[in-house]
Design a protein around this ligand. Structure first.
Ligand SMILES: Nc1ncnc2c1ncn2[C@@H]1O[C@H](COP(=O)(O)OP(=O)(O)OP(=O)(O)O)[C@@H](O)[C@H]1O
Ligand SMILES: [Mg+2]
Length: 168
């Protein structure tokens, strides 16, 4: 259950000492996505409890999603829409074979004007569309480290946005 991703175009490693830092990263990524406006595919990797859902919650909030933001661990998919942009939050943890996401009809979610956020993408192995950005949240004692890898120009733009906002 590993993903064979190509060599990234750009990489960024960020220490996340506190849950608030994870939330801030999510918020900034949301702003970067809104700035671009055309959607994208983001993989979220990391062990149970690493902070994938927390990051997505902060991202969705910063994009203007109101009300309760549920983890998709049970429903597998939660859908949101803000103006013309769709957000699909997926969690593949419970999938037992790499074809299940297609059988569930999730291929249709990968369209223009959609931000697709996938927890546990490795459960689909290499059948998934390639990501613009892969975010790996890694336990470091009680804290976390985020490793971000960009695979497309859109992903590169997100990392550049994060770099710029951390300097200003
Ligand atoms: N940088 C951080 N340092 C310490 N704790 C953190 C940090 N970021 C998030 N957390 C905490 O870790 C937990 C993350 O839970 P969350 O549900 O987001 O994990 P998850 O990766 O989605 O897990 P799952 O694989 O079960 O879906 C939360 O309790 C959150 O407060
Ligand atoms: Mg989760």
């Amino acid at each position: 259950m590993t993903l064979n991703l190509p060599k990234p175009l750009l990489n960024l490693v960020l220490p996340l000492a506190l849950p608030e830092n994870t939330d801030f990263l999510g918020k900034m990524l949301g702003k970067a996505l809104l700035n671009d406006g055309s959607g994208g595919v983001i993989y979220l990797q990391g062990e149970l409890g690493a902070g994938k859902t927390s990051l997505v919650r902060a991202l969705l909030r910063s994009c203007g999603v109101e009300g309760r933001i549920k983890s998709p661990s049970y429903a597998l998919l939660e859908t949101y829409k803000v103006s013309s942009l769709y957000f699909y939050h997926l969690d593949f943890y419970r999938f037992k074979n790499p074809q299940e996401w297609q059988e569930a009809g999730f291929r249709d979610l990968f369209h223009l004007n959609a931000v697709v956020l996938i927890e546990w993408p490795e459960k689909a192995e290499d059948l998934l569309p390639q990501p613009d950005l892969n975010i790996h949240l890694i336990y470091e004692g009680d804290t976390r480290i985020a490793e971000l890898d960009a695979y497309t120009q859109r992903g590169v733009a997100c990392i550049n946005y994060l770099n710029q906002s951390s300097k200003s």
